[in-house]
Design a protein around this ligand. Structure first.
Ligand code: NAD
Ligand code: MLT
Length: 310
């Protein structure tokens, strides 16, 4: 069993692979061409979100039987090409959701209280809070788009701050809304008009890509706070920047950028946009969970055993 790990995973995951008898090559700085040149030697490939696993890779991957996604979203993996070739794709949908929910809440606090801006001023030896008055969460309405694993964790945590929670998710039952104490909105525009803080937690699909755009911002309450700790493009970046310029959006906390990884987004120029480099799952706990789980799943799939997240 020869396994190529093309993006960093936890040491515990690598140890698990070797304990189970796999030969593991960790090559996390390969260029795309180098990856295509070596992939033919491997039975399994383990990636995070940066490696694009698509047709040009499959064509070179004569031995590939399993792709392990060390994480949640599988939008960087072309599923149809894998299925056609009998390549099993496994992921770890539960392993990092708490960390992603916690960063969402961290970004929410950081944006609403201007923590990074205040920190930067003081580090520059300037004692000055002027122009950086924050907003309390108590009594405010948060609008969650996508009430799945992470959306639900965010909802339950924000309730403890005395917030009203409304959500838009056409695929979730009324009883789940009721159990979570979240008010259902059947129209996205209705949610936009009512919330003070918007946070998106859908997967990136054809349906969700760009779902928060110009029209949705037009419907929004003035002074909106926007959080995206899900996937770039669910909130259209151009529309977000326009909404900031038009004072519809007052502040934003963004963990995911179009075309990432890079540090050149025009969003970085806005003082009221707080950014993190796709760090939602970057905790010791989440990375250990993800690494161990993906290693176990890849081994099981290579052995032809049942895999829970295939
Ligand atoms: P999930 O599948 O548990 O939940 C997604 C929810 O979105 C589901 O309830 C689904 O019904 C809903 N949904 C789908 N299409 C929708 C639509 N058109 N309108 C409204 N709702 C819709 O997913 P999850 O585990 O909660 O993950 C949510 C997002 O967070 C994903 O994009 C995932 O890739 C991302 N994520 C990011 C990080 C990070 O590091 N920033 C970490 C983990 C997950
Ligand atoms: C995920 O989908 O799991 C996250 O985006 C985190 C990651 O890819 O590391």
């Amino acid at each position: 069993m020869k396994v190529l790990v093309s993006e960093p995973i936890a040491q515990k995951g690598l140890e698990k692979l070797t304990q189970e008898g796999a030969v593991v090559d960790v090559k996390t700085s390969l260029t795309r061409q180098e990856l295509l040149d070596v992939i033919g030697e491997y039975d399994a490939l383990i990636v995070r979100s940066n490696t694009k696993v698509n047709e040009d890779l499959y064509q070179k991957a004569a031995r590939l039987k399993v792709v392990g996604r060390a994480g949640n979203g599988v939008d960087n993996i072309e599923m149809e090409g894998a299925t056609r070739r009998g390549i099993i794709v496994v992921n770890t949908p539960e392993s990092n959701v708490v960390s992603a929910a916690e960063l969402t809440i961290g970004l929410l606090f950081a944006t609403c209280r201007n923590i990074p801006q205040l920190h930067n001023r003081l580090k520059e030896r300037v004692w000055d809070r002027a122009g950086l008055k924050g907003m309390e969460l108590l009594g405010k309405t948060v609008g969650i788009v996508g009430l799945g694993r992470i959306g639900s964790l965010v909802a339950t945590r924000l309730k403890s701050f005395g917030m009203n929670i409304i959500a838009y998710d056409p695929y979730i039952s009324d009883s789940r809304f009721k159990n979570l104490g979240v008010e259902r909105k059947n129209k996205l525009e209705e949610l936009m008009a009512q919330c003070d803080i918007l946070t998106v937690h859908t997967p990136k699909t054809e349906e969700t890509y760009g779902m928060i755009g110009k029209e949705q911002f037009k419907a929004a309450k003035k002074g909106l706070t926007v959080i995206n700790c899900a996937r770039a493009g669910i909130i259209n970046e151009e529309a977000l920047m326009e909404a900031i310029k038009n004072n519809i959006v007052k502040r934003a906390g963004i963990d995911v950028l179009e075309g990432e990884p890079h540090a050149t987004s025009p969003l970085l120029d806005y003082d009221n946009v707080i950014v993190t480099p796709h760090a939602g799952a970057d905790t010791v706990e989440a990375q250990d969970n993800v690494g161990i789980t993906v290693a176990q799943e890849v081994i099981s799939a290579l052995r032809g055993e049942m895999v829970p997240n295939a």
